[in-house]
Design a protein around this ligand. Structure first.
Ligand code: FAD
Length: 512
C-alpha cells in the first residue's frame, strides 16, 4: 500500500461551470483529505452561456447533495421535458425530442417494434402520440416521473434550464462552504518539473503561487494547460459540424414558461430559446462561412419572443475534441477538452461525465499513465457518439436549398452513423453501444423526426397478433392523452417547487 503517495492538493484553473462543478464534486467526495484551490479571473470572465441540460444532471445534483428547491430558486431554473425542433427536417415541419420513454414496456418485444408493426397493420398514430412528455410539453404542463413500470408517469424524464452565471455562483457558494479555496487572479506562469514534465505550480500575475499534485484545466476554450502547456492537439470536426459561431442575447420572459427548449432551423444554422423564470435565453448558432456576424445578430434580434435585454454577445468555437484530455498530471474538463455545439445540450453532461470518470480513475501522485489512457478512451467515445447524433440532425433534411443545408445533406458521414441509419431503415433496429448517452427513445425521436423511416420491423414482432397489438397501442395512446389533461401547468409546478422548502416538511414538524 502506498497511502503516502496520495494526491493531497488539487488545483483547478477556471471558475466557469466546469471549474465550479469539478470543485464542488471533489470537495464533496474527498472532504478535508484533499485541499482544493480554484484560480479564476473576473477580468477574463466565463463563457456565460450553457443553460439547458439533460436528465443526467440528476446524477451530479445527487452527488453534491443539491436541494432541488434551493437550486431552482438560486438559478431561476425551469423544468425541461425535451427539445422542440422547428423547420429542421424541412420548412414548416416540427417534432419533439422528449426525455423518458415512448409507450409502456410490454414483455418480449420492444415498444417501438410493436408500433412499427401496428403501423404496417393500419394504425394511424404517430410515435409522438405515445410520449407523455411530448403531450405535456405541447400543453405547457409538467410532471416528474412517478410510479412503477406499468404507470404512464414512470415513462417521464426531466432536466432543467437555468441561468448559467447564477448556477456557477450557487456552486461556488457550495464549494466554498465545502472548504474550496478561491483565488482571484490571472495565470502568468506554469511551473513544470524538469524530470517528469508534470505541472508543479501555477503562478498568478499578482504573485500568488498555487502548488499542486493534480491540475484540472477548466480554462475554457483557451485550454491553457492541456493545450498551452501539454500540447494535446485538436481533432477538428468542422467538416461535419460547420457551425462555428453564436450570437446570444437574453430577452424578457414569456407569459408562460415552456417546459422545453425550442430549436428553430435558420438559413445558416439554428436558434435556441431557453425559458427561465426571469428571462428567456436566445442564441443563433451559425456557420460564419455562410452568414456575416451582423446578419446573424439581426436575424436573432428579429426572432425574439420579448424585448432584448442587451446587445448580442458573439462567441466563436470549433467543433471537435482534444486528442488527449489527460496528460501527466493535467486533466481537462469542460470547454478545454473539446466542443460540440449546444444542439442537444450536451456540454454540461460532458463536464459531469468527465468528473465521474476522474473520480473513478482518481490517481495517486505518480499519475499512472494507464489511468490517463483509459480516461482519454472513455471521453473520446462519449464525444464521438454525441457527434454522430448531432450530425444526423443536420444531414437528414429536405427542401432546404441554402448552402449550409446543401453541404450537410451531401457530406460524407462517419461510418458509425451510416451503420446506425441503415440498420434503422432496414429493420427498425437501433444499434446502440452499452454506454451511449442517447438511448432508444432519443434516436427514435430524431430519426423519425428528421424523416429517416424504418421500412420493416424486427422478426420478433411477427409473433404479435395484429388486432391485439393495435388495440393495446390505441389503449396506451388513450392513457397518454387522459393522463396529460390531469397533470399541472408548468408555471404552477415551478411556483410550488420554489416555495417548497419554506414550508415545514412533515419530517421537520415531527422532529420539532
Ligand atoms: P468558461 O465558462 O469559459 O470558464 C473558463 C474559466 O477559466 C473562467 O473562470 C475564466 O476566468 C478562467 N480563465 C481563463 N483564462 C484564465 C487565466 N489566464 N487566468 C485565470 N483564469 C482564467 N452547454 C450545455 O450543457 N447546454 C447548453 O445549452 C449550452 N449552450 C451553449 C451555447 C454556446 C453558444 C456555447 C459556446 C456553449 C454552450 N454550452 C452549453 C457549453 C457550456 O457553456 C460550457 O460547457 C460551460 O459553460 C462550461 O464552460 P467552462 O467552464 O469550460 O469554460
Amino acid at each position: 500500500m502506498q497511502v503516502g503517495n496520495r494526491v493531497r492538493r488539487v488545483v483547478i484553473l477556471g471558475g466557469g461551470t466546469a471549474g465550479w462543478m469539478t470543485a464542488t464534486a471533489l470537495a464533496k467526495t474527498f472532504g478535508p483529505r484533499v485541499s482544493i484551490t480554484l484560480l479564476e479571473s473576473e477580468e477574463i470572465g466565463t463563457v456565460g452561456v450553457g443553460e439547458a441540460t439533460i436528465p443526467t444532471i440528476h446524477w451530479f445534483n445527487e452527488l453534491i447533495g443539491l436541494d432541488e428547491s434551493d437550486f431552482l430558486r438560486a438559478t431561476k431554473a425551469s423544468f425541461k421535458l425535451g427539445i422542440e425542433f422547428v423547420d429542421w427536417a424541412r420548412p414548416g415541419h416540427r417534432y419533439f425530442h422528449p426525455f423518458g420513454q415512448y409507450g409502456i414496456a410490454l414483455p418480449g418485444v420492444p415498444f417501438h417494434q410493436r408500433w412499427l408493426k401496428a403501423c404496417r397493420d393500419g394504425l394511424g398514430l404517430p410515435l409522438s402520440d405515445f410520449s407523455l412528455a411530448t403531450r405535456l410539453a405541447s400543453q405547457n404542463r409538467f410532471a416528474k416521473p412517478a410510479g412503477g413500470a406499468q404507470s404512464i408517469l414512470s415513462t417521464l424524464g426531466y432536466a432543467f434550464h437555468f441561468d448559467a452565471s447564477l448556477y456557477a455562483r450557487h456552486l461556488r457558494s457550495l464549494a466554498e462552504a465545502g472548504g474550496v479555496t478561491r483565488i482571484e487572479g490571472k495565470l502568468s506562469t506554469v511551473e513544470r518539473d524538469g524530470e517528469s514534465g508534470f505541472v508543479s505550480a501555477l503562478l498568478t500575475e499578482a504573485g500568488d503561487r498555487l502548488d499542486g499534485d493534480l491540475f484540472v484545466d477548466c480554462s475554457g476554450f483557451r485550454a491553457l494547460l492541456i493545450e498551452g502547456e501539454m500540447q494535446a492537439g485538436y481533432e477538428d470536426w468542422s467538416h461535419w459540424l460547420p457551425c462555428d459561431r453564436a450570437a446570444a442575447v437574453p430577452c424578457e420572459r414569456m407569459d408562460k414558461t415552456t417546459p422545453y427548449t425550442r430549436s428553430t432551423a435558420r438559413a445558416a444554422g439554428w436558434q435556441w430559446r431557453i425559458p427561465l423564470q426571469h428571462r428567456t435565453g436566445n442564441g443563433y448558432v451559425y456557420a460564419s462561412e455562410f452568414v456575416s456576424d451582423d446578419e446573424a445578430a439581426a436575424t436573432l434580434l428579429a426572432n425574439l419572443d420579448g424585448a432584448a435585454l442587451g446587445d448580442p454577445q458573439l462567441l466563436r468555437f470549433k467543433a471537435g475534441r482534444r486528442r488527449r484530455t489527460w496528460i501527466g498530471n493535467v486533466v481537462a474538463i469542460g470547454l478545454s477538452s473539446g466542443f460540440l455545439e449546444p444542439l442537444e445540450s450536451t456540454s454540461i453532461h460532458l463536464i459531469q461525465s468527465s468528473i465521474a470518470k476522474l473520480l473513478t480513475l482518481f490517481p495517486d501522485r505518480d499519475c499512472d499513465p494507464g489511468l490517463a489512457l483509459q480516461f482519454d478512451r472513455l471521453i473520446a467515445a462519449d464525444l464521438d457518439e454525441i457527434r454522430d447524433f448531432l450530425i444526423l440532425h443536420y444531414h437528414a433534411t429536405s427542401d432546404k436549398p441554402e448552402p449550409l443545408w446543401n453541404h450537410c445533406r451531401h457530406m460524407a458521414l462517419p461510418d458509425t452513423l451510416i451503420e446506425k441509419q441503415e440498420h434503422y431503415r432496414r429493420s427498425g433496429r437501433l444499434m446502440l453501444g452499452a454506454n451511449e448517452l442517447f438511448r432508444e427513445a432519443s434516436w427514435l425521436a430524431v430519426l423519425n423526426g428528421q424523416g429517416v423511416l424504418a421500412e420493416d420491423y424486427s422478426p420478433l414482432a411477427d409473433a404479435l397478433d395484429p388486432a391485439t397489438n393495435r388495440a393495446q397501442l390505441e389503449q396506451i395512446a388513450g392513457v397518454v392523452t387522459r393522463a396529460a389533461s390531469h397533470l399541472p401547468m408548468h408555471d404552477d409546478v415551478i411556483a410550488q417547487a420554489i416555495s417548497a422548502s419554506d414550508a415545514l416538511s412533515p419530517a421537520d414538524a415531527v422532529n420539532g
